[in-house]
Design a protein around this ligand. Sequence first.
Ligand code: UD1
Length: 344
Amino acid sequence: MKNRILVTGGAGYIGSHTAVELQNAGYEVIIIDDLSNSTADSIDGIERITGKRPIFEKLDCNDFVALEALFQKYEGISGIIHFAASKAVGESVQKPLLYYRNNLNSLINLLDLMPKYKVSGIVFSSSCTVYGEPDQNPIDETAPIKPAMSPYGNTKQINEEIIADFIKSGADIKSIILRYFNPIGAHPSAEIGELPNGVPQNLVPFITQTAIGVRQELSVFGNDYNTPDGSCVRDFINVVDLAKAHVIAIDRMLGNKSDDKVEIFNLGTGNGLSVLQLINVFEKVSGEKLNYKIVGRRGGDIEKIWADPVKANTVLGWTAKETVEDTVLSAWKWQLKLREKGIM
Ligand code: UD1
């Protein structure tokens, strides 16, 4: 048995896919999640895919006492992957305190406990949103951090600084910061996928829920951006590809394969696709006509951003492999499975 890994937010979208890949690689996975934007059904899904049920505790990382009790209950946790966070750009503009409280306290609590419980490293779930509106694309890790476009983005910037400052202060831990672009799609088994509680804030679950009739119409936020078709451009990255990068990061961190105590990697495909182009891909692979209308811009949105993933390609030996067509189709199959099960 390999090391014990704590996955915060592991019942959620990216966390559940990462738990699968960790278990497939032989790691023992402990998931904690407050289920504020997920359900424990994903734990069943992880078990169906891997044949092994991860340890699961319903727990809010903001609850320091409960978190410390967890480290006492499960001794020998060697690494953490920290996904647990509020993550909707638009909502963060409306509810900034919720975002600052959730996203900053949870990281501080984890870091605080790591040295005491001899946890050697933390992989942090960051976002390309830390770059703000890029001067040029594709964007690599050396690009300046610009003022955040939203409180959500700001929490990611501050969290990256908190990690760096803590390590600079002499804390004996390592960290790998992964800046995701736009993760989409689902596991090919359709056993796990993206299922936010309530109305989806992210594009793809809103598309698939509209196509299946749960939502009436998709609003496309803006067609007056300085992009080829006027809608925002993103780097849509397959969630299983993304999950695999976390296993590589954990192997690297726990295997002390780098002398750097903090490393940062972009995780993206290197290709930009507009919101309207993604809708076209969806219509093509699903055979469904999507009901959508153009509305005004959404607060906090970046106009266009896509990754230069060369550092992850060369240093981690990781490359995004899945096509956007297969990825969008996997999201649709997940939606169809939810319908078949009567969940949505
Ligand atoms: C942002 C981050 C991303 C992070 C994600 C977490 C950026 C560039 N990216 O993604 O790294 O993982 O938050 O939530 O900041 N849209 C619509 N209609 C909808 C929903 C979305 O038109 O109903 C549009 C948005 O305006 C945006 C695009 O689709 O242009 C993608 O939106 P979304 O899926 O919410 O992700 P980001 O905000 O880009």
